[in-house]
Design a protein around this ligand. Structure first.
Ligand code: ATP
Length: 260
C-alpha cells in the first residue's frame, strides 16, 4: 500500500462534553488526500466542535485523530507537542474562518498576509515572496495594485479571498473551512464558491468544510456527514445523500432548502 492509499486523517470515536452539555459524540470517519468532506447540520448540532477537535484546537473528552504527516508517519494529533501542532497549522494545514478578521492580520498589508505564511515555511527571499504573493492575489482575483493595502480597506468578499490565498499559498494538504461563504451577498458567495472549487480541485487539497448551507455542500464536497444533536446521523456521497436522503431528518433538511 502506498502512502496515498492510506487515509490522510482518521477520526475515531470523537466525543466532546462541555460539562453536562454534549458538543459531539462518537464521530468516526476517514479522510483521503484530495477529498472534500462537508459537515452539515443545523445550529448547535456540533459542527464547530467537530472542526475544533479535528484541528486539535479543542481537547476531546474521548476518541482520537490520527494524521499522516508529509514524511508518511502517522501521528496521534492529541499527542503532538504544542510546537508540532502549531507547525502543522502553519504549514501542512489551512483554516479558513467564517469571519475573515479571525483568519487575517488586519493591520498588515495584503502582500504580507500571504508572504507571512511563506516565511513560516522557510522562504526568505523578499523578491520571490512578493512574486508569490502577487501570483496568489491574482489567483483569488485581487488586483495587483492592492498588494500594499491592508485588509481593513477590503470588502467582505475580498477579505475572504485574501484569507483563502493566505491559507493556500503554502500548498497545505488539508484545509478546514468554517462557513467560509456565509455573511456574504449571494452573488459574491457564488463567485467565491466557484473560485474555491477550482483551487481545491487544481491543488488536490483535502478539505473538511462546515456549512449549514446544503447548496455549498453540493457544490464543493464529494462526501457529506449530516449531524444532529452532536451525532452523525447520515453519511455518504454528497449527491446520493442529497438526492436520496435516508434519514427523516436529512429529508427535512433537504426539503427545507428546496422550499427556501
Ligand atoms: N465552549 C463551549 N462551552 C459550552 N458549550 C458549548 C461550547 N461550544 C459549543 N457548546 C455546545 O455544544 C453544542 C454544539 O455546538 P457547536 O457550536 O459545535 O454547534 P454548531 O453546529 O457548530 O452550531 P452553529 O452552526 O450555530 O455554529 C451546543 O449545544 C453548544 O451550546
Amino acid at each position: 500500500m502506498t502512502h496515498n492509499d492510506s487515509p490522510l486523517l482518521q477520526a475515531r470515536g470523537l466525543t466532546k462534553h462541555y460539562g453536562m452539555r454534549l458538543g459531539c459524540a462518537d464521530v468516526s470517519f476517514d479522510l483521503y488526500e484530495g477529498e472534500v468532506l462537508a459537515v452539515v447540520g443545523e445550529s448547535g448540532s456540533g459542527k464547530s466542535t467537530l472542526l475544533g477537535l479535528l484541528s486539535s484546537e479543542v481537547e476531546p473528552t474521548a476518541g482520537s485523530v490520527h494524521y499522516r504527516m508529509r514524511d508518511g508517519a502517522v501521528r496521534d494529533l492529541f499527542a503532538l507537542s504544542e510546537a508540532e501542532r502549531r507547525f502543522l497549522l502553519r504549514t501542512d494545514w489551512g483554516f479558513v474562518r467564517q469571519d475573515a478578521r479571525d483568519g487575517l492580520r488586519m493591520g498588515v498589508s495584503a502582500g504580507a498576509n500571504v508572504g507571512e505564511r511563506l516565511m513560516a515555511v522557510g522562504a526568505r527571499h523578499y523578491g520571490r515572496i512578493r512574486e508569490s504573493a502577487l501570483d496568489w492575489l491574482g489567483r483569488v482575483e485581487i488586483e495587483a495594485d492592492r498588494i500594499d493595502d491592508t485588509p481593513a480597506s477590503f470588502s467582505g468578499g475580498m477579505r475572504q479571498r485574501l484569507q483563502i490565498a493566505r491559507n493556500l499559498v503554502t500548498r497545505p494538504r488539508l484545509v478546514f473551512m468554517d462557513e467560509p461563504t456565509s455573511g456574504l451577498d449571494v452573488s459574491v458567495q457564488a463567485r467565491l464558491l466557484d473560485l474555491l472549487r477550482g483551487l481545491v480541485a487544481d491543488l488536490g487539497i483535502a478539505v473538511v468544510i462546515v456549512t449549514h448551507d446544503l447548496a455549498v455542500a453540493r457544490l464543493l464536497s464529494h462526501r457529506i456527514m449530516v449531524m444532529r444533536q452532536g451525532r452523525v446521523i447520515e453519511t455518504g456521497l454528497t449527491d446520493q445523500v442529497l438526492d436520496d436522503p435516508h434519514e427523516a431528518y436529512t429529508q427535512l433538511l433537504v426539503s427545507s432548502v428546496l422550499a427556501a
